[in-house]
Design a protein around this ligand. Structure first.
Ligand code: 3PG
Length: 339
């Protein structure tokens, strides 16, 4: 039966090209990967301890299998590119926020979703409802966390996403989950400031249109979309990438390497910097990369490589399951159990 779904999916896939959510030309240049210095990582406490904390917590709260991080350091796992199972990686920019609605620069100001953003998050959930998710990462900002939680209300597996509190020993202790079955039916949600939207400095709270009228369209476009030019007293995309890509490589990639299916709910620019890394985009190409609010994007991680698969069209769309046999089998199992 699964083969049936898979073949049907392949047929659908071949009959229509998956609409990619990105609007940049897909050219793979030999750009060196973004090098993030080791001391940057250590100075931002992106340490082995954090990774083992995540592993330990993940093992306590779900059937997420915890590859023993002690026996396999992240670096050696990543460097040796151990042939791991394939894993799904879903990226989603938060739904429209109340300041997106007012066309205000938001950056690291912690505003919630608008009604439209809530609807977008739920729609995003429908589009990924048959794709496996073992672990969720969000930024420390509520609009990304709301998006992840609302999306997961639509997932057919019905697991409960639970924000992991490891900000202190007491927080870890007081938020423990007991009961094997309860743990198996939960998904750890790790919040990380490193995935926050770029800090927009003196622009935060200003209207985008009025700012363009005041400083000129070109200058504001340069602040918003260039790679290395920061807004006044804010972060450039390059500076945002240094924390977001470092966190992705240090904390998320090892999870993918061990076969865990991951969803990241974050922001326009922190995700642009991660996609620049995944797609090996040049600093020129990333200028044209725009991400819509609430549109999920799927990557397949296989043998250390990220294969971009565009945006899942909808749960009933057979083409969604043409991505890989593993996803087709997962969906078939859901169909069998939920029928
Ligand atoms: O922070 C913001 O204002 C938005 O989330 C992204 O803004 P941008 O489209 O100007 O990068």
């Amino acid at each position: 039966m699964a083969a049936g779904v898979y073949n049907q999916a392949i047929g659908a896939f071949q009959s229509h090209s998956l609409v990619n959510n990105f609007n940049h030309q897909q050219k793979f240049n030999n750009i060196g990967r973004l090098v993030v210095t080791k001391d940057f990582i250590s100075s931002n406490c992106l340490s082995r301890k954090n990774f083992s904390v995540i592993q330990c917590i993940a093992s306590q709260t779900s059937e997420v299998d915890t590859a023993s991080s002690s026996s396999r350091s992240k670096t050696s796992a990543r460097d040796t590119h151990t042939k791991s199972n394939e894993a799904a990686l879903i990226l989603v920019r938060h739904g429209e926020s109340l300041w997106n609605e007012k066309n205000l620069f938001t950056g690291c100001v912690d505003v919630p979703l608008s009604k439209k953003g809530i609807d977008e998050a739920i729609e995003a959930g429908k589009r990924i409802s048959s794709i496996p998710v073992d672990l969720i990462f969000t930024s420390a900002l509520i609009r990304a966390q709301m998006t992840a939680m609302l999306a997961m209300t639509q997932h057919r597996r019905r697991k409960v996403p639970i924000i992991v509190h490891n900000e202190s020993e007491q927080a870890r202790e007081w938020s423990q989950i007991f009961g094997e079955d309860t743990r198996k039916h939960s998904i750890p949600v790790i919040t990380a400031w490193q995935l926050n939207e770029r800090m927009y400095g003196g622009l935060q709270g200003l209207n985008k249109l009025q700012t363009a009228e005041r400083y000129g369209k070109e200058k504001v476009h340069e602040w918003r979309r260039s790679y290395s030019i920061p807004p006044p007293n804010g972060e450039s995309l390059e500076m945002c990438a240094e924390r977001a890509v470092a966190y992705f490589r240090d904390q998320i990639e090892p999870q993918l390497l061990s076969g865990k299916n991951i969803m990241i709910s974050a922001h326009g620019n922190s995700l642009r910097s991660i996609i620049m890394y995944l797609d090996k985009l040049t600093s020129q190409e990333v200028i044209s990369l725009e991400l819509s609010t609430g549109i999920p994007m799927l990557y397949i991680f296989k043998e250390g490589r990220f294969i971009r698969r565009g945006s899942p069209i909808g749960p009933t769309e057979a083409g969604v399951y043409a991505y890989t046999r593993r996803l087709a089998l997962y969906r078939q199992r859901l169909d069998d159990v939920l029928q």
